[in-house]
Design a protein around this ligand. Structure first.
Ligand code: ADP
Length: 422
């Protein structure tokens, strides 16, 4: 039976959280979307339901989150976690407040802490204010985010505006005193009728203490950072045994490939670095603005090249080339064309015996996973921070997948990923 049931408001955030839990000793499986009622839960200590609810209409985000909660409850989880971005990505309407309100009510919890701090990624909360490095959230560039502009760094205010409940603060001075003081402060806020406490945290030590203080909470909300202290609670309670194989995935023979659809600097660098070591095909969507034709070209190109050394197929291009395609097809049209082509190529590669696949790009990963019919990922060891190998299990062809958000990973990520598999 699973111990921790998590609901994540986006796909890469779900993987990030799952990876954090694996690193701290829990076996984790991420499911994509809410499984149909009656689908039995996989064997794991933590289950993470990955939604796409961050910028969905409020009612839809709430509905999907409650459906995820129902499935996790049926799986027997003992504690629940609502995962959002460490930059608190949301609008005045939500979706963090409304989803948290609905989960608090459904669990009869009355209260939940909220802590997006993630010191390892430079996100800290001090006096209720969220910092990205040394900048306040609203001066960090997040104020210009196209979908969720964050113009107020005071999370007590931000959450209060989105929520039907009131919000208090557990300040730094209390957090520094450790778990007992934090627990006392949270209890006092709950007794005063507050529904939430923003909890300050600047270091991992703070996150461990907050985690310990929340051992008995039905619901915890935050970024993946705050999950760091939760596995230890289950070990302390004798519910989670230390084991050496938490990150072990089944091994799979088969060919190796990389599909790159991200145009971020990190991914462009990774494609460049791979050129010296592996065959690389650069797709030219401007010359061939047709997804099926691009896919056919790529699958012809791989003929005779598949094996243990990965082939790399990239649509990734520098800004001026992206702009040229967008000018021709529109921003969305360009994205859909490339995503459709890469998804079709992924399908063709699997049909040709590829079983180890790295995908670069968040949206690209979503398109590939959806085309391959992947519903469930068991989380393995990290290749680089935030990017683990995963094993697609359940229905469909078993695959080893590394799904990389564009900006993640070192320049040698593609080759390193396969070297890690041995
Ligand atoms: P990231 O994680 O870096 O944001 P995504 O995969 O989420 O990467 O987004 C990259 C987007 O750019 C995708 O929609 C992809 O289809 C699109 N794209 C990839 N290559 C090109 C290109 N050469 N021209 C225009 N758009 C492209």
């Amino acid at each position: 039976m699973a111990l921790l049931g998590c609901i994540a408001d986006d796909f890469t955030g779900a993987t990030d959280l799952a990876s954090m839990l694996v690193r701290n000793g829990m076996r984790a499986v991420q499911v994509i979307g809410v499984p149909e009622a009656g689908v039995s839960a996989p064997e794991a200590d933590a289950l993470i339901v990955a939604l796409k609810s961050r910028t969905a209409p409020v009612a839809q985000a709430v509905g999907e989150s409650l459906a995820a909660l129902d499935w996790l409850r049926a799986a027997g989880c003992r504690q629940y976690f609502f995962k959002y971005c460490s930059t608190f990505d949301s609008t005045e309407q939500g979706n963090i407040g409304p989803v948290a309100d609905a989960l608090v009510a459904a669990l009869g919890a009355g209260f939940a802490l909220a802590c997006p701090a993630f010191p390892a990624n430079n996100r800290s909360v001090y006096q209720g204010h969220l910092f990205v490095g040394s900048a306040l959230l609203n001066e960090s560039g997040m104020e210009n985010h196209p979908l969720t502009p964050m113009t107020d760094a005071n999370l007590v205010r931000v959450l209060a505006r989105q929520s039907g409940g009131t919000v208090g603060l557990v300040p730094f001075a209390t957090v520094q005193q450790g778990a007992v003081a934090i627990r006392g402060a949270m209890t006092a806020l709950k007794e005063q009728g507050r529904r939430y406490a923003i909890v300050d945290a600047v270091t991992d030590e703070h996150l461990h203490a907050i985690g310990e203080a929340a051992a008995a909470h039905a619901l915890i909300t935050g970024g993946s950072g705050i999950a760091i202290g939760l596995p230890e609670n289950f070990r302390r309670a004798g519910l989670l045994e230390p084991r050496a194989d938490v990150a072990r995935l089944p091994s799979l023979d088969g060919h190796a490939a990389v599909l790159a659809g991200s145009c971020s600097r990190a991914t462009l660098m990774q494609v460049g670095t791979a050129r010296a070591h592996a065959p690389v095909l650069q797709l030219d969507a401007l010359a061939t603005p047709d997804a099926a034709a691009l896919a056919a070209q790529a699958l012809e190109w791989v003929e005779g090249k598949l094996g243990a050394t990965p082939v790399v197929i990239a649509a990734s291009a520098p800004p001026e080339q992206v702009a040229a395609l967008q000018q021709k097809l529109g921003r969305e049209g360009a994205g859909v064309l490339v995503e459709t082509a890469l998804a079709a190529i992924a399908e063709g590669l699997v049909a040709r015996g590829v079983r180890r696949l790295v995908v670069a790009g968040g949206e690209t990963s979503g398109a590939v996973v959806s085309r391959l019919g992947v519903r469930q990922l068991r989380i393995g060891a990290e290749i680089d921070p935030g990017v683990p190998w995963t094993y697609a299990e359940g229905a469909g062809t078993p695959l080893l997948l590394a799904l990389k958000s564009g900006n993640f990973g070192a320049p040698d990520f593609f080759l390193k990923a396969f070297a890690r598999l041995g």
